[in-house]
Unconditional design. Structure first.
Lengths: 171, 381
């Protein structure tokens, strides 16, 4: 168990590139962790590599952030942590338009289950292969996505039963 | 001889014929510690299925934060983990400060750590009291806990003017300096807390019935805990000494000397005992802060009247009372965050409830739920 501070560690992206040379990604820095931007088709291979490679072993899925980037479509950000090495990083993956589909990580990380349900209802991402894709925080029959930028702040109750349009479209 | 006709109680195979029953628990039920609902499928006394339902307290924290000034949003964040409002304020303000590049005066950092650790003790006392009541000490543990919590809340009121939702932290420091008699008052409260912990330890750990009911109930391995996304006392109970205050330190925690209590087998008793031991460490931290705290300003000078953050994103993890309380913020210019997201530890710990509860008895299911120490304001955001 590492006790060294790892916030802002710059070399983690280089380490991933060295250990997983076949997977293309763009590395950048956030204010805390390195960010790896990967295309949806390479996403599952990257996460599997990050989890299973002995030098990386990212065994904790901390969080999933779903974002509506308006004209750029939907995005998901995954924060991972490695207990054996004390590494931490973030993966950004854009969801293809218009399907908004991303592969579910529930097979790799059981912790992804509720995070993905929340991301699905809040911005409208579709996680293929999710075992239980029901609403979690919202009402069961509500088909709105409140965290879309086009969704108004104060209309959730009025819009009950009405579906949101594609990202960036006013309802 | 049975009073029932043979064919009514046996199946074709000759076994006893029983029917699974569905039992609804919550959302208005004291054992669920808030507006949480679970639907248990029971076979006699044995739980064979559990379906948790959350969202009754969903207030749209993230959407509201995206539509409010960075400073305005703070009041909603301390209503997430409402048992430890200061910890939530700390996480949110530190995330904004790191995003905006604002330096906090050292005295303010020490004040924050004192307040966050008092909040942690407060939240853990709530757990100890309520959990004791779940297991069967009736009101005694609750009253023991409330005595100390009331004293901590009184101290918060003297410092911040409010008890549960103090909104005491500011981006760049804290609202106002501590009152003159704070050190002596705080030391008196710490003495009371230590006595309260001794009392609680004697009442619960010293009670054979309590220990027998908790020990060996749903042990969790470190591998399972990590796979389910457990953090905080739930993870440390399994024996993993992982505390974000040490692993990814923030504020003045690197200057303070404290230990990480861990459990052995991750069962209900270990979860209880780790939280009890953590309170003693929090007392140690506060005592060191009182000694080391320098004089000086409590709010950074030359803060902008309106806080605008041009660009950037971050995920800021902090050690909340229930586990990793993480704040994700993305700025794209303007006075509001483009996206704010809470990684709530109770939410992640609760997501494994079905795995923990299935196979236990109904009475134990209530204890297992209690041992997760969820707070619904944080689960539902």
């Amino acid at each position: 168990m590492s006790s060294e501070p790892v916030i802002g560690e710059p070399e983690i992206a280089a380490l991933v590139r060295e250990r997983l040379p076949d997977i293309p990604f763009e590395a950048s820095e956030t204010k805390t962790y390195a960010d790896l931007r990967v295309a949806p088709e390479h996403f599952l291979a990257l996460v599997t590599g990050l989890r299973d490679d002995a030098e990386l072993s990212f065994d904790l899925l901390r969080n999933i952030v779903a974002l509506d980037m308006e004209e750029a479509g939907l995005e998901a950000k995954y924060q991972l942590y490695s207990f054996p090495h004390g590494h931490a990083l973030q993966i950004t993956v854009p969801a293809p338009i218009p399907s908004c589909e991303l592969p579910s990580l529930t097979g790799l990380y059981p912790a992804a289950n509720w995070h993905e349900r929340e991301a699905a209802e809040m911005v409208g991402l579709v996680f293929t292969g999710h075992p239980d894709p029901r609403n979690l925080l919202l009402e069961e029959d509500l088909r709105i996505h409140p965290l879309r930028k086009a969704h108004p702040l104060q209309k959730a109750e009025i819009l009950q039963g009405i579906e949101d349009g594609p990202p960036g479209v006013e309802v | 001889m049975s009073v029932w006709p043979e064919e009514r109680v046996t199946t074709a195979e000759g076994d006893l014929d029983t029917v699974d029953m569905t039992v609804n628990v919550g959302p208005q039920h004291p054992a669920t510690h808030g507006v949480f609902r679970m639907v248990l499928t029971v076979d006699g006394e044995l739980v064979v299925g559990c379906e948790p339902y959350i969202g009754y307290l969903h207030r749209g924290l993230e959407k509201l934060s995206e539509n409010a000034d960075y400073r305005q949003a703070m009041g909603w964040w301390d209503r997430t983990d409402y048992l430890a409002g200061m910890c939530c304020e700390g996480a949110y303000t530190m995330a904004v400060e790191r995003l905006a590049g604002i330096e906090v005066p050292e005295r303010a950092d020490y004040i924050r750590v004192i307040m966050m650790e008092l909040s942690r003790i407060n939240s853990h006392f709530m757990f100890l009291g309520a959990f004791g009541a779940d297991v069967g000490s009736f009101g005694t543990s609750f009253v023991y806990a409330w005595r100390e919590r009331e004293r901590i809340y009184d101290l918060f009121e003297e410092v911040a003017g409010d008890r549960m939702f103090p909104t005491y932290f500011r981006i760049g420091g804290v609202t106002m300096d501590l009152p003159d008699n704070f050190e002596s008052r705080c030391r008196w409260v710490l003495g009371s807390i230590k006595q309260g912990l001794e009392d609680m330890d004697g009442l619960l750990t010293g009670n054979e019935v309590f220990v027998e009911r908790c020990r060996g109930l749903t042990p969790v391995t470190p591998e399972q805990a990590i796979a389910w996304g457990f953090t905080g006392p739930m993870l440390r109970a399994t024996g993993v000494p992982w505390d974000i205050r040490k692993a990814e330190p923030y504020s003045v925690y690197p200057k303070l000397d404290f230990e990480i209590p861990v459990g052995v087998q991750g069962d209900v008793f270990d979860r209880f005992h780790v939280r009890l031991a953590e309170c003693y460490q929090s007392v140690r931290i506060i005592e060191q802060c009182l000694e080391q705290m320098p004089e000086g300003r409590v709010l950074a000078p030359k803060l902008p009247k309106t806080l605008r953050i041009n660009d950037g994103e971050l995920y800021m993890p902090t050690e909340g009372t229930k586990g990793e309380y993480g704040v994700y913020l993305m700025a794209q210019g303007g006075t509001n965050p483009y996206r704010a997201k809470l990684r709530s530890p109770s939410f992640c710990n609760l997501s494994a409830l079905t795995e923990l509860v299935v196979g236990s008895y109904v009475a134990d299911a209530i204890i297992i739920l209690g041992s997760l120490d969820i707070v619904l304001g944080e689960v539902d955001k």
